[in-house]
Design a binder for this molecule. Sequence first.
Ligand code: SAH
Length: 265
Amino acid sequence: MPLWAWTSTIILSSKINLKLSYLLWVVVFFLHIPPLLIAALRDAPQPDERDPYLAPRRAMIDRDLRARGIKNERILTVMAALPRQLFVPDNLRAYAYDDRPLPIGDGQTISQPYVVALMSELLGLKPTDKVLEIGTGSGYQTAVLARLAASVTSIEILASLSERAKKVLDQLNFKNIELKIGDGFYGWEERGPFDAILVTAAAPRIPEPLWRQLREGGRLVMPLGDQTKSQRLIRATKTGGQALIEDLSEVLFVPLRGAVERPAR
Ligand code: SAH
């Protein structure tokens, strides 16, 4: 139960005089303000006007996100402050704010900004949410999620990519991200249940362990379908233990490797 509700219950059930109880309620109510302010400042660090990437980043926000229908202001604020150029290889930095995927080594790609924003929006994150991401890749999507939610656990099958992502995320001082190297098919039982799960590689079905680790009311977003062609971006919401599936758009992702490639038993 939140603090204000406790206070109201105590006030209602006690016999302290009305003025005092009102004062107490006001004090407790304002105790909620500092954490909210801290969250707002965390979402919107002051832009450095000398940053050469500031203009291309702002252009990306207006041209590729806002104009294409991304409405969530928290996501736009977070992406307007996150240096995407640090997540791409040095020789591709000039293209960091183009709306297209870029190679990040080992045959993998960093998702295009619009798709990152869209998937983040579909997860409907609250600042208190616990998120699981499968496919850390460059770590850019991980960073966006970490600024929107309370914590992110991200699993990557390729050690080289996970290690590189860790360096960038440490450099940016993220404290609410935990990276793991392994097959994301199995999720991470001990860290669950999760409020939201994002799979950033394509698979023909929802990995069963991930579905189990999603809490009731939780959302799972992933590209579903044939791994050699384009896939459908879906959102599955756990309602009464059942999956409520929304088919959202056509997307093109690299395949999810490992256990999901073997037939389900
Ligand atoms: N969100 C990343 C997308 C990377 S592409 C970004 O924007 O940078 C998908 C990633 O999923 C790749 O890095 C790939 O290596 C990883 N991947 C593929 N199969 C996986 C599996 N079974 N478990 C965890 N990661 C996997």
